[in-house]
Design a protein around this ligand. Sequence first.
Ligand code: GRG
Length: 313
Amino acid sequence: AAASAAATTEFDFKAYMGERAVAVNRALDAAIPAGEPPAALHDAMRYALLAGGKRVRPALCLAACAVVGGPEAWAMPAAAAVEMVHTMSLVHDDLPCMDDDDLRRGKPTCHVVYGEPIAVLAGDALLSLSFHHMASVGSYPPDVDPRSTPPASSEPLASSRAASDRRTLVAGQVVDLEMTGTSEPVPLERLEYIHLHKTAALLEASVVIGAIIGGGTDEQIERLRKYARSIGLLFQVVDDILDVTKSSEELGKTAGKDLASDKTTYPKLLGLDKSREFAEKLLSDAIEQLDCFDKEKAAPLLHLANYIAHRQN
Ligand code: GRG
């Protein structure tokens, strides 16, 4: 708490995130030039990618590169790539065969605008492009350049592949789908499995890739990996808490939508107070991992953790 209070006075988090979002959006815009044929595919990719979004994963990637002493510019291709993977997972998650959502980032979802086949293909293309983009754009330091000789050079690519392949993001989605519609409450460890895979894995990859590109030591990378896992889980615990507290406010009563719905959440399994305690514990675990870094350089990661813990929507 003392560390976060001290840094708050000197660090403008809103400006930091705004500047990173502008730079990342520029990189994404350049990665998929408008008007390339086939128009429907590229329009759909650009629509999904440039429709807003907080750009938390790219910011984590850039901040992790900087905290270990690397120039941020080195991590920009990777930062754009993790946002491509994130966006494609949202496009597919919104499809009628999955969550069937009409709105995303305040706009009609990709399949609502472009139709289901193009939305599926735009997602596929974004995933392929993410690897191509990381491997072919920008300037990396020679020892981690994905275009030079393995093994160190292939680590950023391997790490991003690990986040998006069947072992993590996709596995999390599958287990989540299996749990949907069952009347049994999901056990706590199963809920944690889903969140560690669906959400924490890509946050972890974003941070670890940034740290590798920035030239972090093994110990620094492992600390940052732990930091990212904690904030990944924290993200979901806070989401679940907001689900209850927001819908309680909306309905003007104590038991909100979450407690009445089928979906298993942390407040449902642990109660609201214990869920809040768990969130505080995850936040302090994350912040503890930043102890070994220069305070000023670690300010963005500290504020990102605080933001995830204390956001209101
Ligand atoms: C092949 C990589 C791959 C994925 C396909 C569909 C799918 C498998 C996985 C779905 C994963 C999913 C939707 C996870 C939820 C992640 C999450 C916490 C989304 C919200 O993130 P924010 O708040 O969103 O950062 P913005 O819009 O700000 O970017």
